[in-house]
Design a protein around this ligand. Structure first.
Ligand code: CIR
Length: 252
C-alpha cells in the first residue's frame, strides 16, 4: 500500500522537453488540467500528495518517476540517461530526504525510474537508451541489502520498460506483444495490448484500482474482462511528450 505521492507541476515550457512522438503541439492549459485531475485521483485513492513547484530549467521534471526509486527502506536517487535531465536529481533530493534515507546511482551508471518495475520483492530494470548495465547493477547492489532481487531486461523497443510492461497486481502484467514473448515473464499471467494501443500498457496500479489512459477501448475491455477496476484519465498532453500515468508521480 502507498500512503504518499510526490508530483511536480509542469512548467509553461514543458513542450521543450524531450520527445519522439509526432502527436502534435502540446497545450499548457490542458496539460495543467490533466495533471490536476491526476493529482485529485491519487488523493481520492487515499494518497497524500506533495506537489513540488515547476522547474522551467528542466522541462521534463514533472516526470518525477524518473529521478528516484522508493521502497519502504530507502530512496535511491537515479542518474537519468538523458543529459538534459541529469540536473533534475538535485531537485528531488531535498523532498525525498524528508521521507527516506537516500542512496544514489553514480556515473558511469545511468538509470531512469521509468525503466524500473517493482513486483513485490522483485524489481525488473529495463536496459534502454537511458538505463545502462552499470546503473542496473548499482541498483541491484543497493536493493539486495534489503532482500530485493533485481533482474535486468534488455528492451527491444520503447523509451522505458514501463512504456511497455506494467504490473497490475494479482500476478498479472499488462504488456505489448513485443515484450510478451520474453521468458523473463514466465509464471505471470499476461494481458497483451493490441499493437495500435501500445501506449495503454502504461497503466498504473494504485490501491487495487488501475489508472488507465483514456482512448484505448480494446485495452479497457481486456482489463474489465479480467476483473480489474478502472479509472480512466485523459493524459493526451503527457503522451505527446512520451510520458504517461506512471511517470508523473513517485508513490510510496
Ligand atoms: C523524456 O523523454 O525523458 C520525457 N519526455 C518522458 C519521460 C517519461 N517518463 C517515464 O516514462 N517514466
Amino acid at each position: 500500500m502507498f500512503t504518499q505521492a510526490i508530483t511536480r507541476s509542469p512548467a509553461a515550457n514543458f513542450a521543450q522537453g524531450l520527445t519522439t512522438s509526432a502527436l502534435g503541439q502540446p497545450d499548457f492549459d490542458l496539460m495543467c488540467q490533466q495533471h490536476q485531475a491526476y493529482i485529485t485521483t491519487l488523493q481520492s485513492l487515499g494518497l497524500k500528495v506533495q506537489a513540488l513547484p515547476a522547474l522551467p530549467d528542466y522541462p521534463d521534471a514533472y516526470f518525477v518517476e524518473d529521478v528516484a526509486i522508493v521502497t519502504p527502506e530507502i530512496g535511491v536517487l537515479t542518474l537519468p540517461g538523458a543529459a538534459a535531465r541529469k540536473g533534475e536529481v538535485a531537485h528531488i533530493e531535498s523532498a525525498l530526504a524528508a521521507y527516506r534515507p537516500l542512496a544514489r546511482i553514480e556515473a558511469p551508471g545511468t538509470l531512469d525510474g521509468g525503466d524500473v518495475m517493482q513486483v513485490a520483492r522483485d524489481f525488473y530494470v529495463g536496459l534502454s537508451e537511458r538505463t545502462n548495465e552499470a546503473g542496473a547493477a548499482q541498483l541491484g547492489r543497493i536493493l539486495a541489502e534489503f532482500g530485493y532481487t533485481v533482474t535486468a531486461v534488455p528492451l527491444a523497443d520503447g523509451l522505458h520498460l514501463k512504456s511497455s510492461v506494467n504490473y497490475l497486481g494479482q500476478n498479472t502484467l499488462l504488456l505489448t506483444s513485443t515484450f510478451a514473448e520474453m521468458a523473463v515473464w514466465d509464471g505471470y499471467d499476461l494481458i497483451v495490448v493490441d499493437e495500435d494501443e501500445s501506449y495503454a500498457a502504461n497503466t498504473l496500479w494504485v490501491h487495487g484500482r488501475l489508472l488507465t489512459p483514456a482512448g484505448f477501448p480494446r485495452t479497457q475491455a481486456k482489463l474489465l474482462a479480467a476483473g480489474f477496476d478502472l479509472i480512466e484519465l485523459d493524459v493526451s498532453e503527457a503522451h505527446k511528450m512520451d510520458g504517461g500515468l506512471s511517470c508523473m508521480s513517485l508513490r510510496f
